[in-house]
Ligand binder design. Structure first.
Ligand code: ADP
Ligand code: MG
Length: 727
């Protein structure tokens, strides 16, 4: 009997109930492990506190002498909370988070003390030479360092004080996901503030907001461990579909299974301490699939919180004997996971710029930001697609399941009607009647019509949902920094252009401000029509239509990533000071290499499982059949051909599947050898994509057929029905 699978199943039957305590009201514990304003007021001098505030709000530099005070206060706070170590917490380009813990503890001549100086707060040199850098830090002298990001507060996790930092090379190039994000956020702040001033002179800052929704699967830890593919690649590379899957839709929003609920309660408590404002939890479409969403926050903090959350989820899951699968497509034939990025812009005066208001003026403001966003997405759709590219998200985008690899914007019928009406604005100055008509009949009624904006399109990768845009094509494994850097950068660029054009009309053609805004917006509506799509994004008809509209449809990562290094992208990022050519090209290099390695690992794991698990098991079963046929022959003589007919068919079928698997693996290995010889990393990635990946399906097909034929008792790999329905 195959041991691992049955041991694992047995283990799940005997899982102890994990005691979950929800110690106090959530509001009472929220943010208590965060060095937030309340903690800072208590532990910092007035000057130090003000200095941090200034850095957060105005991006001002923190003086070194002040940093010494801050670090002392921070240390006192952390030690009072039981922390023994500190770490600079950062997000290297591997897509996870990194930390290296140092103790506060230091020896002195007559004993030991707890020490944490300003220098240690502000800057560190992690021995991080193994993080991907795309060739930037090729010489060993050119080390990288981490630098404190005061806009994201320090927090305590376990017994470690974590200080959010950026990670840059000594020559100043960004080596992480956060640095370009912070630059993009600064850029959109200033661009959006300038435009918001058309409507309200008192606006001095605009914060992009992000509310992510994290989808994930929960699998019993023992079951997950029993599958080498889940262990090493985060997904199943083979496995026949379960008789029951998600056909009945009986999981979606159903009552959450007890074990999963206990996990979520525990997780949410951890999140409360860490100041991650999680709010929503529910079952998703697939069995054992769930979703968690917070209240939205300022983007940098929300990005950090999502990265932290993924780490916390993994750790808490271990305590509950679960493994969290973040992979976009852990199971074939079952819905995959995404990470919707809900995005908007909020002013320091408390206004959501993508929220329609009660007056025509407020709605003109809404339309300005709404239409500029659509225009930006239209201009840079291909870059937005590149921002969410990755080997695992390829399983969703335009492959087994939507959203498609084509970026389009959904706004609903009512707003479509508004844009259609605006498109008819006359060129030049508007007559008083035109204005009344536009303002009262078109612009004035937006909030009313939005109230019954019920036609939300689930197939759209980028949808307007009442008071925010929802970027739905982001993958569940993604670091939100990537899509958020692109989105905020392109909208910033667009808003700058808008401002220039409106000011041009005001000055050059002596237009009134409103006339100028209407005129420019009208042109934008016309220019960006092709990106708007209200129909079924999953259908083949849309692919054809999108092709005619000239929209990109890059179905695989290596193709999608090309746009990251196009002239247009380099001009965008260099123009805005977000990244320079070296940084852009280094990132591209890292991502294409990562892609090839990803496929390479999957190919090797699949080859191993198929050859070491599947084929030997199939042969074992075939031998049982052969023995059986031999026995029948011994007893019945020449009649055996009739009596053992089915068994003999099975023997032949097994041989044929084995042959196909073996042949497939051999060809795949040869293709890999060939690909590995390719010097150019982009071409190598393309080879892995086009020449190696296609074998996966073929090999899997025959393995899955064998799973159906071979005696369940000896099948070594935990089956889909066991992975998906063990609770
Ligand atoms: P869905 O129907 O897609 O689950 P919800 O209406 O429940 O969407 O909201 C999803 C997310 O949108 C939540 O995480 C919420 O925090 C976020 N959200 C709401 N308003 C904003 C905003 N102004 N900016 C950014 N995110 C927002
Ligand atoms: Mg959503």
């Amino acid at each position: 009997m195959s041991t691992l699978r049955f041991h694992a199943i047995k283990e799940t039957f005997n899982r102890p109930v994990i005691d979950v305590q929800e110690p106090q009201r959530r509001s009472a514990i929220f943010g208590t492990n965060v060095f937030n304003n309340a903690a800072m007021r208590q532990f910092l001098t007035k000057d130090s506190f003000k200095s941090v505030q200034d850095a957060v709000v105005n991006g001002s530099k923190i003086d070194r002498a002040i940093a010494d005070h801050i670090s002392t206060g921070m240390k006192e706070w952390a030690i009072a909370k039981g922390a023994t170590h500190y770490t600079h917490w950062f997000q290297p380009l591997t897509g996870t988070t990194a930390e290296k813990h140092d103790a506060f503890f230091e020896t002195t001549e007559d004993g030991a003390i707890e020490k944490f100086g300003g220098g240690q707060l502000v800057q560190q040199e992690p021995d991080a030479s193994s993080f991907p850098n795309g060739g930037i830090r090729n010489t060993f002298e050119a080390r990288g360092y981490t630098a404190w990001d005061p806009t994201s507060p320090a927090f305590i996790y376990g017994t470690t004080l974590c200080i959010p930092t950026v990670f840059v090379s000594y020559t100043g190039e960004a080596l992480d996901n956060k640095t370009p994000l912070l630059r993009a956020l600064q850029t959109i702040d200033s661009a959006a503030t300038d435009v918001a001033k058309y409507f309200d002179k008192t606006v001095t800052k605009v914060n992009p907001t992000l509310g992510w929704e994290q989808e994930y699967f929960l699998i019993d830890k023992a079951l997950a461990k029993s599958r080498p593919d889940i262990n090493l690649t985060g997904r199943t590379l083979l496995g026949h579909s379960s008789a029951k899957g998600q056909q009945l839709d009986d999981h979606y929003f159903g009552s959450i299974p007890k074990r999963a609920l206990d996990y979520m309660r525990d997780l949410e408590t951890e999140c409360m301490y860490l100041g991650i404002p999680v709010k929503t939890r529910h079952n998703e479409v697939a069995p054992n699939q769930f979703e968690l969403a917070p209240i939205f926050e300022e983007t940098n903090l929300a990005v950090d919180h999502n990265s932290l959350l993924m780490d916390v989820m993994t750790k808490v899951a271990d305590r509950h004997n679960f493994k969290v699968l973040f992979h976009e497509k852990p199971f074939a034939g079952i819905n995959g996971s995404g990470k919707h990025n809900n995005w908007s812009l909020a002013t320091n005066t408390g206004v959501n710029l993508l929220s329609p208001g009660s007056t025509p003026m407020k709605n003109l403001q809404f339309l300005t930001f709404f239409i500029n966003t659509i225009k930006a997405v239209n201009e840079y759709e291909e870059l937005l697609r590149a921002a969410i590219a990755g080997a695992s998200n390829d399983h969703r985008l335009g492959a087994n399941e939507a959203p498609p690899a084509i970026i389009s914007v959904f706004i609903g019928t009512q707003l479509t009607n508004v844009l259609n009406a605006l498109e008819k604005v006359k060129d030049g100055k508007l007559s008083p009647e035109d204005k009344t008509d536009l303002k009262l009949n078109v612009v004035g009624k937006i909030p009313e019509i939005l109230l019954d904006n019920t036609d939300r399109n689930r197939t759209s990768p980028f949808a307007f949902t009442g008071n925010k845009f929802e970027f739905r094509a982001v993958g569940s494994t993604a670091n939100c920094a990537k899509p958020m850097t692109v989105l905020n950068a392109i909208v910033a660029k667009q808003l700058m252009e808008f401002k220039t054009q409106v000011d041009g009309l005001i000055k050059g053609k002596k237009m009134k401000k409103d006339d100028a805004i209407f005129n420019v917006l009208r042109e934008y509506i016309k220019d960006s029509k092709r990106i708007r799509f209200e129909g079924d994004g999953y259908g083949e008809a849309w692919e054809i239509e999108a092709g005619k509209r000239g929209l990109s449809n890059n179905k695989t990562t290596p193709l999608a990533l090309k746009e990251q290094v196009s002239k247009k992208t380099i001009a965008l990022y260099e123009g805005l000071g977000i990244m320079n050519k070296i940084e852009i090209e280094a990132r591209h290099e890292i991502e294409v290499e990562e892609y090839a390695m990803h496929i390479q690992i999957e190919a090797r794991v699949l080859g191993d499982i198929a050859r070491n698990h599947v084929i030997p098991t199939a042969i074992k079963y075939q031998n049982i059949l052969i023995e059986n046929v031999q026995g029948i022959k011994d007893i019945y003589g020449k009649d055996f051909k009739k009596l053992a007919k089915e068994q003999m068919n099975l023997i032949e079928a097994i041989s044929s599947h084995i042959e196909n698997i073996n042949g497939g693996i051999t060809d795949m290995i040869n293709a890999r050898k060939k690909a590995n010889k390719i010097e150019d990393s982009e071409k190598r990635a393309i080879a892995y994509c086009d020449k190696i990946r296609p074998y996966f399906e073929e090999i899997r097909y025959h393995c899955d057929k064998l799973e159906l034929l071979v005696d369940d008792e000896i099948w070594p790999l935990t089956k889909y029905r066991e992975l998906l329905f063990t609770r």
